[in-house]
Design a protein around this ligand. Structure first.
Ligand SMILES: *[C@@H]1O[C@H](CO)[C@@H](O)[C@H](O)[C@H]1NC(C)=O
Ligand SMILES: *[C@@H]1O[C@H](CO)[C@@H](O)[C@H](O)[C@H]1NC(C)=O
Length: 222
């Protein structure tokens, strides 16, 4: 009975992944444009601006040096993508400027969420007065995370269909095994009956021969 069990086990693990699709989600976020309105360093004229999400690596934006200049990117630069979302959960992210003397300066730090990408083109524009204006792109955030129906409804629909499929798989497997057992029992019974019948027939045949010869046991006669 090990193989049905293994079969079950693989079904259950596949089911598990289907029930929690957010475990599989990976939506990359790229930077499309950035304009900074100010720099925080007044000793050097060219700032080092970087983007950072909590517990991730710094993404330095090497080209962004001047204020009041719109820098546009093509999503293919070496520093792209900026980050990615693996769930609906928000991340604490921000734009910063390296500071040689004290701790780094902050343009802005905020909760960056997949649900920020509401527009159908997958864009999200974040502006902070006197600091910066940035456009992020995340197509998967729109497709996968915020479609027209609310995500929870969609998830529930999916959960139910998966549960129903799972239950029918379980039910059919159980039925199959029960069927096998019943068939085996029946076969065993038939085999026993058959053997019994043959055994009885053997006796009858012997009796018949003896009767035909009209004598007792065969051995005495000839
Ligand atoms: C951060 O950078 C280090 C070294 O470059 C790398 O090993 C690590 O995987 C990176 N972490 C993330 C979350 O990208
Ligand atoms: C911010 O940048 C976007 C894209 O470049 C632009 O459409 C928008 O008008 C800008 N917003 C401000 C306040 O400058």
């Amino acid at each position: 009975m090990t193989s049905p069990f293994n079969y079950y086990y693989s079904k259950v693990s596949i089911l598990f992944l289907f029930c929690f699709p957010e475990l599989l989600l990976s939506a990359v976020v790229t930077l499309e444009s950035l304009e900074i309105y100010t720099t925080h360093e007044w000793i050097t004229s060219s700032p080092t601006v970087y983007f950072l999400c909590d517990k991730e690596n710094k993404t330095v934006l090497p080209d962004v040096k001047k204020t009041k200049t719109v820098y546009t990117f093509r999503a293919e630069e070496s520093f792209q993508p900026l980050t990615d979302f693996t769930s609906k959960k928000c991340k604490r992210c921000g734009f910063y400027e390296e500071d040689r003397l004290k701790s780094d300066d902050v343009f802005d730090e905020w909760e960056f969420c997949p649900s920020d990408f509401k527009s159908s083109d997958g864009r999200y524009i974040r502006t902070k007065a006197k600091e910066f204006n940035a456009t992020f792109v995340c197509h998967k955030c729109v497709d996968g995370i915020n479609s027209d129906t609310s995500l929870d409804e969609k998830d529930n629909g999916m959960h139910w269909s998966v549960i129903i499929i799972g239950l029918s798989v379980v039910a059919s497997t159980v039925l199959f095994i029960v069927g096998l057992v019943v068939a085996y029992k029946y076969w065993q019974k038939r085999k026993r009956q058959h053997e019994q019948a043959r055994f009885m027939k053997l006796f009858e045949d012997t009796d018949d021969i003896e009767d035909e010869l009209g004598i007792g046991p065969l051995s005495d006669s000839i």
